[in-house]
Design a protein around this ligand. Structure first.
Ligand code: KIV
Ligand code: ZN
Length: 385
């Protein structure tokens, strides 16, 4: 089985979500929880961006001992120097430096030729490698870059000292087969590729971030980058909880494993949601309120007989104490009876027949039937009987 390293950028790309601004204490709290979750790498911020970012990256690097802490830097000396100052006392100082490689970015943003971009990338990696034991290099907008040029620049930065090569789908443009093929192409056309870890970094603009990241894993990526709850620029980054639970649940298919403590997932998700103010949608995979809730009678009956009929992930795997059989108009007699028993409401078979009819009538008018509704129904039935 192949080990997949998980790289969390909740505190950097995640904090770039519109409307999110974490203070120093909040960042530290999230970093400690990410360490508890067993994150391999934590990107704590962008040290050259502001004095506040610099201080929080430094503090996190100094305090976190069980995850490797990194910070982002453009391919310029000032950024690399600021990152070194912030990260040098970390357990395993690691720099994450990047430059855009796509024709659109080269022409309109950087105004540099292909050769100039390679030169700047190589110089920055060489400069960083003198001090940092691990240099990660990213080709921003890699998925819209010419494949032969991408292979050329990747070979050049590996020879300059990069140990991790990240291939971002910066604008969430790739499709799973297309994105996976980039990794396949690099494996086949970059002579030094076996010396490095290959990393994915997907954004969710077209809702394909999870599928794209997993396609890259299938094509040989050994690191996945993303954020908790999928927060991040625009539509966000890939949600790491989805990646690690997919790799775990379908280990038979991916033949990989991660070092994450999956039972810490829900707690981490709740913390990030609380501190960023970004609510998790009820139907969000793995951590949404409804992710383990069953409403229809057929599903509830199945789950009551054998959980695996409709549950491919056990809620306790991710730190949720139990599934929920939500009672509503689609619920069946079996789930209704089971809930009455859990509530210790004794009813005769005759009462049960009448109560189930009344339950269906009321459920038709309400989104969800609460325990209070059930208690009131039984009380009325007992009083009228
Ligand atoms: O999406 C992206 O390209 C990035 C890079 C800076 C790695 O976040
Ligand atoms: Zn990004």
């Amino acid at each position: 089985m192949r080990k997949i390293n998980i790289f969390d950028t909740t505190l950097r790309d995640g904090e770039q979500s519109a409307g999110v601004n974490l203070n120093f204490t909040e960042k530290l709290e999230i970093a400690f929880q990410l360490e508890r979750l067993g994150m391999d790498i934590i990107e704590a911020g962008f040290p050259a961006a502001s004095p506040g970012d610099f201080n929080s990256v430094k503090e996190i690097a100094n305090r976190i001992r069980n995850s490797s802490v990194t910070g982002l830097a453009r391919s310029v000396q000032g950024d690399l120097d600021a990152a070194w100052e912030a990260l040098k006392d970390g357990a395993e100082p690691r720099i994450h430096t990047f430059i855009a490689t796509s024709p659109i970015h080269r022409k309109y943003k950087l105004k540099l030729s292909k050769e100039q971009v390679i030169e700047q990338a190589v110089n920055s990696v060489k400069y960083a490698a003198v001090r940092f034991p691990i240099v990660q290099w990213s080709a921003e907008d890699a998925s819209r870059t010419e494949l032969d040029y991408l292979a050329e620049i990747v070979e050049a930065v590996i020879n300059a000292g990069a140990k991790v090569i990240n291939i971002p789908d910066t604008v969430g443009y790739g499709t799973p087969i297309e994105y996976g093929n980039i990794f396949k192409y690099l494996r086949e056309h970059v002579p030094s590729i076996d010396k490095v870890d290959l990393s994915t970094h997907c954004h969710d603009d077209l809702g394909m971030a999870t599928a794209n990241s997993l396609a890259a894993v299938e094509a040989g990526a050994t690191q996945v980058e993303g954020t908790i709850n999928g927060i991040g620029e625009r539509a966000g980054n890939v949600a790491l909880e989805e990646i690690v639970v997919a790799l775990h649940t379908r280990a038979d298919y991916y033949n990989t494993y991660t070092g994450l403590q999956l039972h810490e997932i829900k707690r981490t998700s709740d913390l990030v949601s609380k501190l960023t103010g970004m609510a998790v949608p009820a139907n969000k995979a793995v951590v949404g309120r409804n992710a383990f809730a069953h409403e229809s009678g057929i599903h509830q009956d199945g789950v009551l007989k054998e959980k695996t009929t409709y549950e491919i992930i056990s809620p306790d795997l991710v730190g949720i104490s139990s599934n929920a059989l939500v009672l509503g108009k689609h619920s069946g007699r079996h789930a209704f009876k089971s809930r009455l028993e859990e509530l210790k409401l004794d009813v005769t078979d005759e009462e049960m027949n009448r109560l189930f009819g009344l339950f269906k009538e009321l459920a038709d008018k309400k989104k969800e039937m609460t325990d209070e509704d059930l208690i009131a129904l039984v009380l009325e039935e007992k009083l009228s009987g």
